[in-house]
Design a protein around this ligand. Structure first.
Ligand SMILES: [Zn+2]
Length: 705
């Protein structure tokens, strides 16, 4: 996961910027550390002196300053050129970006009620400010003037990229439309955002409306103790007797996996898979038809044939045709394996006394049993080999071996919590290149999951080199009095994943904040993170640090092998499932005409080739497919598989040349990690790989050959 706060105005739209009033509270401003130049080591965030009361006045002052900077660009009497318009706009609001980064990063890692209140108050101010920019006609006129001269300008690749990116951001938000169409565009986007919200509310309402209350203890048969306990607590919190299950992930998934009672599994499955498809006030069928129709209208307004074409203009995959053939290709290669996996589960179930054909509510149940019969190991067996301190040295060692990086803790760098440590990162010539914060343990005020983010983005405009400040935040288990922090295998891959994003930020050698580091197309952003996960399965790397914290023994090869194989369990089934979602997404979004008629039929048609199960009456994926109807993944669901293909394909070069091969690592660094979003990702990728990615390596890794 990655959070980018410093998106340098990439989401802004709207009109007219007022010149800023002079700051009225000069005294306060002078004592507000957020508004002063940072006097800290490497100009890092001054966490020790920032107090909660500093944020709001700092936001207000910085927004005013940013507005004034943008107004200065508009008022510039000089003829618009690349430097006084495009670069100036990318650099405008630097102070605001700095404050946003500190505030929103801490709102994720160390929040409080006060922080959340400030977030509520600041959000509309920031979005107004954003709107003031992308719909400002005078500003767009200047950008357009520069863009019209593109052919005659002497620009390098990154400068051209920034110009195109800036121009497109405005055009894609309707800046080039005539007044009538602009009004239409605004109406469409407004209705779309309302419909997206309504869709999500409907799914939520239907998710929350269902409860499965179990009062007979024997209906709990098969469920693990921890799940039963959770269900008892849920019941208690609602003042009910017994055990309460619902459609939330942590309750629903284990129930399907473990509950022996087949009728109840069917009941809960049917409830989940028919959400917002009951013809009641929470029904999403009409909303879907309308969303699809409006997206087509919007695409047509902006001169695209389909919504997918519009979305893919800013993706590595580029065109709907490419996505469709990508999905078909993977499907052709996986389908026969998936059919075999299905037959395997069917056979296994029959041996267990099951009669009939495996239904959707049987799949997870028998698969789980089959899996534990085949690969019998637990997290508890793996953890003693993965002591956090040793894993850190393993990850740092990898950075040294591949990229020549040295990391040195500096206790003089201010941090926001005693658990956080800060490092200086040096390259092989011992030049300082970045600050890295590591924040490992859960605590109240930190949200769950793991992410990479930055407090400062790398840039180098006119010789002013700004080095990045990167942060990795996770929720790994804390050490106790007697036991050090021991990680699960998944936590190690998570660490490598976030560290990979971190490298993308730290190694960046770009010119502009808007094109540096992780500011890349989102079907490309997971390459640096996911590729580094591959080392976790390499004995050669594990041998360097995966040592039992009590016995000093290396992690047994047999155990590593089991982990690898378990990872590939039902890989083809999982592949087909992901492909079916992506195909459904494309069916809705790569079309020029609205969807007519029954959505069930539409959906069955779209995913027919991947389907292994009998169709279930009343079930509909579409009505609770929030990713594509309210989550921003429209014409983008393919990117999950796309990123996997990329990382496997790229890692295959290391497998061929040696997993620590410096030449390969150098090439990955120079062509990918240093380049950020300065050039089209396919060009960057081909420079590293010598060709476009192919799925061969992923299929091999998944055992599908
Ligand atoms: Zn990620």
């Amino acid at each position: 996961m990655i959070i980018i706060n410093n998106s340098s105005m990439s989401e802004y739209k709207s009109t007219n910027i007022n010149s800023s009033p002079p700051p009225t509270e000069g005294l306060e401003e002078a004592s507000n550390p957020l508004l002063q130049p940072f006097q800290t080591v490497h100009q890092t965030a001054p966490f020790n002196s920032v107090k909660i009361e500093h944020y709001l006045p700092a936001f207000d002052a910085a927004i005013d300053e940013a507005k004034a900077e943008v107004q200065k660009i508009i008022d510039d009497p000089a003829v618009p050129d690349f430097s006084n318009t495009i670069v100036a706009l990318d650099l405008a609001g630097e102070k605001l970006e700095r404050i946003k980064a500190i505030f929103f990063n801490l709102n994720s890692a160390e929040t409080s009620d006060e922080m959340q209140e400030i977030a509520q108050e600041v959000a509309p101010k920031l979005s107004d400010f954003g709107n003031d920019i992308t719909l400002n006609e005078q500003l767009f006129d200047r950008i357009k003037t520069v863009h019209n001269q593109l052919e005659n300008l002497v620009l390098n690749v990154e400068e051209t990229t920034l110009l195109e990116k800036t121009y497109r951001r405005f055009v894609r938000s309707g800046a080039n439309l005539n007044e009538t169409d602009k009004a239409k565009y605004r109406e469409i986007t407004k209705e779309l955002s309302q419909l997206g919200l309504k869709y999500q509310q409907n799914v939520l309402a239907e998710t929350n409306a269902y409860e499965l209350l179990i009062t007979n203890k024997k209906d709990l048969s098969g469920l693990p103790e921890s799940i039963i306990e959770m269900a008892a607590q849920t019941a208690q919190s609602k003042e009910k007797e017994g055990w309460l299950f619902n459609l939330q992930y942590p309750s629903y998934v284990p129930f399907l996996k473990y509950a022996d009672n087949r009728e109840l599994r069917e009941q809960i499955f049917r409830a989940s898979s028919s959400r917002s498809n009951h013809g009641n006030e929470n029904d999403n069928n009409d909303i879907i038809r309308r969303i699809v129709e409006l997206r087509i209208e919007k695409a047509h307004l902006l001169s695209f044939k389909t919504h997918a074409e519009y979305k893919l203009q800013e993706r590595m995959a580029e065109t709907p045709e490419k996505v469709t053939s990508f999905l078909d290709d993977l499907h052709q290669k996986s389908k026969s394996f998936a059919v075999k996996e299905f037959a395997g589960v069917q056979r296994f179930a029959e041996k267990d006394g099951f009669t009939g054909i495996i239904q959707r509510w049987d799949w997870a149940y028998y698969s789980e049993k089959l899996k534990s019969e085949r690969y019998n190991f637990t997290d508890e067996e793996v953890k003693p080999y993965l002591q956090l301190e040793k894993v850190i040295s393993g990850v740092f060692g990898l950075a040294k071996k591949l990229y020549g990086l040295g990391l040195k803790e500096n206790k003089g760098i201010e941090v926001y919590h005693p658990d956080v440590s800060a490092y200086e990162v040096y390259n092989e010539n011992l030049e300082f290149i970045a600050v890295l914060y590591l924040d490992f343990f859960p605590r109240e005020g930190k949200r769950s999951g793991a992410w990479m983010t930055d407090y400062r983005t790398q840039s180098n405009v006119n010789g002013n080199s700004i080095r990045p400040h990167i942060s990795l935040v996770t929720n790994f288990s804390k050490p106790t009095e007697n036991t050090p922090s021991l990680l699960t295998f998944d936590e190690v891959t998570t660490f490598l994943h976030e560290f990979g994003h971190g490298l993308h930020g730290m190694l960046s050698q770009c010119q502009f904040p808007g094109t540096s580091g992780t500011n890349v197309y989102w079907d490309f952003v997971e390459l640096p993170s996911q590729i580094h996960e591959n080392w976790a399965y390499e004995k050669e790397w594990l041998d360097q640090f995966a040592i039992h914290y009590q016995t000093g023994e290396k992690m047994p090869e047999e155990l590593i092998l089991k982990i690898k194989k378990a990872q590939n369990f039902q890989a083809a089934y999982m592949m087909e499932r992901q492909l079916s979602f992506a195909m459904l997404d494309m069916a809705y979004h790569d079309r020029e005409l609205p969807v007519e008629g029954d959505l069930k039929e539409f959906e069955l048609n779209a995913v027919a080739s991947t389907d292994l199960f009998e169709s279930v009456d009343g079930s509909l994926q579409s009505t609770a497919f929030s990713h594509i109807f309210s989550g921003g993944y429209d014409a983008g669901y393919y990117s999950y598989k796309w990123a996997e293909v990329l990382d496997a394909d790229a890692f295959s070069v290391f497998q061929e040349k040696g997993i620590f091969d410096r030449k390969t690592a150098d090439s990955f660094r120079k062509n990918i990690l240093e380049k950020g979003g300065s050039e089209h990702p396919m060009i960057l990728y081909k420079a590293f790989r010598g060709q476009e990615p192919t799925p061969a390596a992923l299929l091999k890794r998944n055992g599908l050959v």
